[in-house]
Ligand binder design. Structure first.
Ligand code: ADP
Ligand code: TRP
Length: 323
């Protein structure tokens, strides 16, 4: 039985990139009966950037509703909110005392922002320590993450190794990052990587009207309707290919190459496909988001289920350090 663990920050409403790049692959892993999955909402991490209480709450529920709506089985697995398990901040302190300053100064998450040091809070600087605590607190074996998080996993292993070495015993389990090459980077409506921070998302859980506006707004070149078009440089085609089956992709390719097929037609086909694929998830999402008490109850039940594991690992660490 492998213990699979991953977290998603509560910093907005999940979009198509999050669904295809993180949530759906996570759910797929969790469906393997050989795995036991720990999926949590990293709301403490979101405080490094999001300071608004209402926004954080809304995002926590949105992220939770997205996981559940897309099919995560929270009963069979572990599904919780990071801040409901205060043991994680205590472990984070112990780990921070085994974390050399240069390791943190080297983290991409910090370095990217270090040209404006006055904007960097200590929470952002120690972000990788809290992330290591998230993982080590549950003896996780595998951590599915995007490429940008590999360095954080290496740091997690270094911290665990340093503590184990200092106390002379394998107190903490060293986790492995699982980076799936098959998971593609989903492009946004402007062709860059889809990201909340670029304002180029396709919000699969938004109203049909808002979703239509985003899809119809995808950037294309200005080849006239009658002329043949190159599918391989077109963003609409790229998005369509991530969702459609082989037959549908071949048909759209032929339409592009044949001419008399406009980008408007392609966008309409993409919108229909998105609505078709995500219809059941959208309905479940709406039902959940309109019933936050239900989400809250699931998260609290998840916390109750996972907390004894956190407490026993933390005890192991404290005993080894003489606390
Ligand atoms: P955002 O860039 O919108 O802020 P996050 O950084 O919160 O998204 O990402 C949450 C998860 O979704 C991460 O695992 C990340 O790798 C994945 N993800 C985000 N954007 C994409 C994308 N465009 N394509 C594939 N995966 C993505
Ligand atoms: N840092 C991760 C991200 O931004 C989120 C995260 C927090 C996480 N704690 C984690 C991911 C523990 C995996 C394991 O995507």
């Amino acid at each position: 039985m492998a213990r699979v663990l991953t977290g998603i920050q509560s910093s907005g409403i999940p979009h198509l990139g999050n669904a295809l790049g993180a949530i759906e692959p996570g759910i797929e892993l969790s469906a393997n009966p050989k795995n036991e999955s720990f999926f949590f909402i990293a709301d403490l991490h979101s405080l490094t950037s999001v300071k608004d209480a209402a926004k954080r709450k809304e995002s926590v529920y949105a992220v939770a509703a997205a996981w559940l709506a897309l099919g995560f089985d929270a009963e069979r697995n572990f599904f919780y909110r990071q801040s409901d398990i205060p043991e994680v901040t205590e472990l984070s302190w112990y780990l921070s005392c085994f974390t050399p300053y240069p390791m943190l100064a080297n983290a991409h998450s910090f370095k990217d922002k270090s040209d404006r040091l006055s904007d960097v809070n200590a929470g952002l600087f120690t972000y990788p320590v809290l992330m290591a605590a998230d993982i080590l607190l549950y003896d996780a074996d595998q951590v599915p993450v995007g490429k940008d998080q590999i360095q954080h996993l290496e740091m997690t292993r270094d911290m665990a190794g340093a503590l184990n070495h200092a106390v002379g015993s394998e107190i903490l389990k060293l986790p492995e990052a699982v980076v799936r090459d098959s998971v593609k980077t989903v492009p946004g409506t402007d062709g860059q990587k889809m990201s909340k921070s670029y304002g180029n998302t396709i919000d699969i859980f938004a109203s049909a009207k808002a979703l239509k506006k985003q899809v119809m707004g995808i950037l294309t070149d200005s080849t006239p309707l009658e002329e043949p078009k190159d599918p391989d440089t077109c963003n609409v085609f790229a998005l369509y290919s991530l969702l459609a089956n082989e037959e549908q992709i071949a048909e759209m390719r032929a339409n592009y190459l044949g001419g008399n097929y406009g980008y408007g037609h392609a966008k309409k086909a993409l919108l229909e496909l998105i609505l078709d694929i995500y219809e059941p998830a959208r309905e479940r999402y709406d039902a959940l988001i309109n019933n936050p008490q239900e989400i809250e109850a699931q998260l609290l039940a998840g916390a109750e289920k996972v907390r004894p594991i956190a407490q026993s690992v933390l005890k192991r660490v404290k005993d080894s350090l003489g606390f």
